[in-house]
Design a protein around this ligand. Structure first.
Ligand code: ATP
Length: 517
């Protein structure tokens, strides 16, 4: 199936099964804003818990906060967002569609990469076991020609971004003959900078009102609380502050479902270190974070690191963790060495001394910061895309059928166990309820008595429920039930008393945490 079709199916599935709805749908929606439904919110909360506990519970020197979305407007001046939180935009004059100039060029780079990979895959098939990929890449003429194009474009692009040279960005788009996907034309406007922050007014009187911003990242809430947390928590460097919260960006192009939203949620850690040690910590956090992703079991090959073409104004090292979405490798998380930029700026703009007295050195300094920043919604999309499967299965009457199943890691599944009475009489519903009442404090359970057992299994497969328990007449006699496993569809007869142990061990966060050491 084409990757585009898979993506469309994912979006439709998310809606049909109560994961993600378009915001304000009955009013025809609001661009790039989404709501999470009854299953979506559970999955999202589980992702957040996995992140939060892996940071705050597993690291003695990391604590959490929850800062306000509204902050003093000078914060955004100090952080550089008022002057520099821009994206370069370009319009196609025929389709009137707006694009990010940097994204158009990145897509062109990806096209060259794709061409090279296709050649490699063709050759791999031809040569079989004897295939030497490194040698092929170093000698094949078509691969080399595309590699040269990629290298040239990459250098030009990096230089243009680093020099904020908007004319050059436009020239690259023209030279590379990049066309608008809608109109097919190359009739482009000039490239302009566009600030991504939303603003609003705070205060009741028109002349007393103050222009404030909706935060475009949660990080600044951590920086301005650095002193509060360090002092009240008696924290010693190195230490970190974690936060999960909403962020807002007036994105120019927002066409990829929850990949790029105007209101989204971030999970950020700012880790404060001694100056000069930041690059070691940067490497450590890179390793820690990739392990966190890989522990979910979506396949190590589906992740890669991507070095930034242009370092942000505050960074001395930066890398993205990219995941292979149905529309290609894209960023899910950024890891940045932010130097002492933010704390120094706030020190300057607030006039308050923001420093750490290091008892070992016997001196004070402004700490350096390593940040890990991941979008909850992009992580959600990663989990859904990696888990969505269509499988051919046999039916009871011997025909072939397709089942849609979300092979979610059991820890993240919205519902852990569905309990189903075989029939709606003879005391079976009561027995099923009894089981739920016993286990509902341990994990999320759902009762389902409608339709045939087969249909009920499919409904649970579609939302990723790892265990279905069926109560039948035998259950009343010997206190056993059938447990059906989502991925293998195998069934076992087990004592009701064993359910807590069987399911509990599979849905515990310890399962994932054990892989993080
Ligand atoms: P991009 O290059 O895709 O715009 P970014 O580099 O600006 O992303 P950061 O500022 O590093 O992103 O933000 C950290 C994380 O926040 C990203 O890795 C992503 O997961 C998430 N994020 C950023 N912007 C959005 C958005 N508009 N919608 C959803 N998630 C977002």
């Amino acid at each position: 199936m084409a990757q585009e079709d898979i993506f469309k199916k994912l979006v439709a599935h998310c809606k049909e099964y109560g994961f993600v709805f378009q915001s304000s749908e009955i009013y025809d929606g609001l661009g790039a804003v989404y709501d999470y439904g009854q299953n979506g919110v559970e999955l999202k909360n589980n992702i957040k818990k996995y992140w939060w506990d892996s940071m705050v519970l597993l690291h003695e020197n990391v604590v959490g906060i929850d800062s306000a979305i509204f902050m003093h407007p000078t914060i955004w001046k100090a952080s550089g967002h008022v002057d520099a939180f821009n994206d370069p935009l370009i319009d196609n004059k025929d389709s009137k569609k707006r694009y990010r100039a940097d994204v158009l060029i990145e897509e062109q780079l990806a096209k060259y990469e794709e061409k090279m990979n296709k050649e490699v895959e063709k050759a791999r098939k031809r040569f079989g076991d004897a295939f030497d990929e490194a040698q092929f890449r170093a000698t094949n003429q078509r691969v080399l020609a595309n590699q040269e194009k990629w290298d040239q474009l990459h250098t030009r692009f990096s230089n243009a971004l680093n020099d904020s040279n908007l004319d050059e960005l436009k020239q690259i788009i023209i030279d590379e003959e990049i066309a608008c996907p809608i109109s097919g034309s190359r009739n482009w406007t000039d490239v302009r900078q566009f600030n991504l922050m939303f603003s609003t007014d705070m205060g009741s009187t028109a002349d007393g009102a103050q222009k404030i911003y909706l935060r475009p990242e949660t990080a600044q809430g951590i920086f301005v609380n650095y002193l509060n947390v360090q002092k009240t928590g008696r924290m010693k460097i190195p230490f970190g502050i974690a936060q999960i919260g909403k962020a807002f960006r007036n994105e120019i192009v927002a066409r990829q479902f929850i990949f790029r939203m105007r209101e989204f949620e971030q999970m950020e850690l700012q880790f404060f270190v001694k100056p000069g040690t930041e690059l070691d910590w940067f490497e450590k956090w890179k390793e820690t974070r990739i392990k966190w992703h890989r522990a979910l079991g979506f396949g190590d090959d589906n992740y890669r690191f991507h070095e930034h073409e242009k370092l942000a104004h505050y960074a001395n090292a930066a890398v993205d963790v990219e995941f292979k979405f149905p529309f290609g490798f894209k960023e899910v998380e950024g890891i940045h060495s932010r130097t002492d930029f933010d704390l120094s700026q706030h020190q300057q703009y607030s006039g308050k001394k923001i420093q750490y007295y290091d008892p070992e050195l016997g001196e004070s300094y402004v700490p350096f910061v390593v940040e890990t920043s991941i979008g909850v919604d992009r992580m959600f999309l990663q989990v859904i895309s990696a888990s969505y499967c269509e499988e051919e299965v046999g039916t009871a009457s011997g025909e072939k059928d397709t089942r849609v199943v979300l092979k979610l890691p059991p820890v993240l599944a919205p519902v852990k166990m569905a309990v189903m009475p075989l029939v709606k009489k003879d005391g079976l519903p009561e027995k099923a309820r009894e089981i739920i009442d016993e286990l509902k404090f341990d994990f999320n359970c759902q009762y389902d008595e409608k339709d045939s057992i087969g249909k009920r299994y499919r409904r649970q497969d579609a939302i990723g429920t790892p265990f279905c328990v069926t109560v039948d007449h035998q259950s009343l006699e010997d206190q056993t039930v059938t447990i059906r496993y989502r991925d293998t569809m195998e069934q076992d007869r087990v004592p009701i008393a064993d359910l807590k142990g069987i399911i509990g061990s599979q849905v515990s966060y310890k399962q994932l945490f054990a892989k993080l050491n």
